[in-house]
Write a protein that binds this ligand. Structure first.
Ligand code: ADP
Length: 303
C-alpha cells in the first residue's frame, strides 16, 4: 500500500493568449473546473498505474463530487476527512505555448492533524510507502512517524521550500525533484551545473530528477542500490511527442514510477514506463484527466 498524504484541489483552468500582465484585464478563451492538486494527481496516477493507493487528506463537507471522482479513478478515499474549511483550489493560466502560471489556495489541504497522521500510520505495514508533496502541513511530523513505523518515504518537494526540504532529507528514501526544485536546492539557476553538483551535495540520497523534455536522471547513495550498479547515476531520455499542456507531467511520472518500483521493477524499467506515461500526459489538456491508463502506456511503449 502507498499512503499519499497529499493535496486535493479544484483547478480553475483558463486558456489565454498570454499570461495576464500587471494592470491588465483579459477575456479567457475557455474555462474548465477540474480535479487537481499535486497530491490528488499523484494518487490518480498511482491508481491508473495499478498501485494500491490510499489518499490521506481533507476537503470541505460539500465537495462529494471530488470523492466520487477519485473513487471512480481507483483511489481509496476512506482516509480523506470532510471538514468545515474550503477545499484547496488553484487558478491556472494556460498559454498556447503550453506554459502555465498558477495561484494556489491551500484551504483544507493544510488542516491535517497529528491525530489523523497517527491513526493512518498505525495501520501501515513494513514495506508500505508514504508519499508526500509540499502542498500539505505536518510534512516533518508525517515523515518522522513513517520512519518510526518502518514505512518508506518518497518526497516530491513541490512547490519547493528549500529550508524545509533540507531539514527533512534525513527521513527521505526517495527524493523526486524537477529542474527548478533541483536548482533551488543547490542554489543556482543553471541546470547543467546542478546535475553535476547534486550527487556531490547530497551523497547519501536517492534522487530522481525530472528534466522536462530532456528526460530523467537518477543518482543514488543508498547502499541497497549499489548492487544494481547505479552508483554512477542513470539517465533516461524523454519520448519525443508534441506537448500541448505539461500540467501533471511530473505527477504522472511519480505515480507510474513508484507503482513500478512497488511492483518489483528495477529503476531503469520504472523510469522508462514513467517517461512513457508522462509523454502521453503532455499531449493532452488538463491535470488528473490527462493521466493515461496502464493499457495506454503499454500500447505506447509497444509502438
Ligand atoms: P514537472 O511537471 O514536475 O515540472 P517535468 O517537466 O520534469 O516535471 O516532467 C516530468 C517528466 O515528464 C519528464 O521527465 C519527461 O519524462 C516528461 N515530459 C515532460 N515534458 C515533456 C515533453 N515536452 N515531451 C516529452 N516528455 C515530457
Amino acid at each position: 500500500t502507498i499512503y499519499n498524504f497529499g493535496s486535493i484541489n479544484l483547478d480553475h483552468l483558463y486558456q489565454l493568449d498570454h499570461f495576464v500582465r500587471p494592470g491588465e484585464t483579459m477575456a479567457s478563451n475557455s474555462y474548465q473546473c477540474l480535479l487537481g492538486g499535486k497530491g490528488a494527481n499523484q494518487s490518480v496516477a498511482l491508481a491508473k498505474a495499478g498501485a494500491d493507493v490510499k489518499h490521506v487528506g481533507a476537503i470541505h463537507h460539500s465537495d462529494q463530487a471530488v470523492i466520487d471522482q477519485l473513487e471512480s479513478l481507483g483511489v481509496d478515499t476512506g482516509l480523506i476527512k470532510r471538514i468545515d474549511v474550503p477545499t484547496g483550489h488553484a487558478i491556472i493560466q494556460l498559454t498556447k505555448e503550453a506554459e502555465n502560471s498558477i495561484i494556489l489556495y491551500q484551504g483544507a489541504n493544510h488542516a491535517l492533524t497529528e491525530e489523523q497522521v497517527d491513526q493512518v500510520l498505525s495501520q501501515a505495514n513494513a514495506g508500505d510507502w508514504v508519499l508526500l508533496q509540499n502542498e500539505t502541513n505536518l510534512i516533518e511530523y508525517i515523515m518522522r512517524k513513517a520512519q518510526e513505523n518502518k514505512v518508506k518515504v518518497a518526497f516530491n518537494p513541490a512547490p519547493m521550500d528549500a529550508e524545509l526540504t533540507k531539514k527533512v532529507l534525513g527521513f527521505v528514501d526517495l527524493l523526486i525533484v524537477n529542474e527548478v526544485e533541483a536548482m533551488d536546492l543547490i542554489g543556482t539557476t543553471d541546470i547543467d551545473s546542478t546535475i553535476v553538483a547534486f550527487p556531490k551535495a547530497y551523497p547519501e540520497l536517492a534522487v530522481l530528477m525530472t528534466l522536462g523534455k530532456a528526460g530523467v536522471c537518477y543518482f543514488t547513495g543508498k547502499e541497497s542500490d549499489q548492487e544494481n550498479n547505479y552508483e554512477g547515476g542513470l539517465s533516461v531520455k524523454a519520448f519525443s511527442v508534441e506537448a500541448v499542456d505539461t500540467t501533471a507531467a511530473g505527477d504522472t511520472f511519480i505515480g507510474f514510477c513508484l507503482s513500478s518500483l512497488m511492483n518489483g521493477e528495477d529503476m531503469t524499467q520504472a523510469i522508462t514506463r514513467a517517461c512513457a506515461a508522462s509523454a502521453i500526459c503532455v499531449t493532452r489538456l488538463g491535470a488528473a484527466s490527462s493521466i493515461p491508463t496502464q493499457d495506454e502506456v503499454t500500447a505506447f511503449l509497444a509502438k
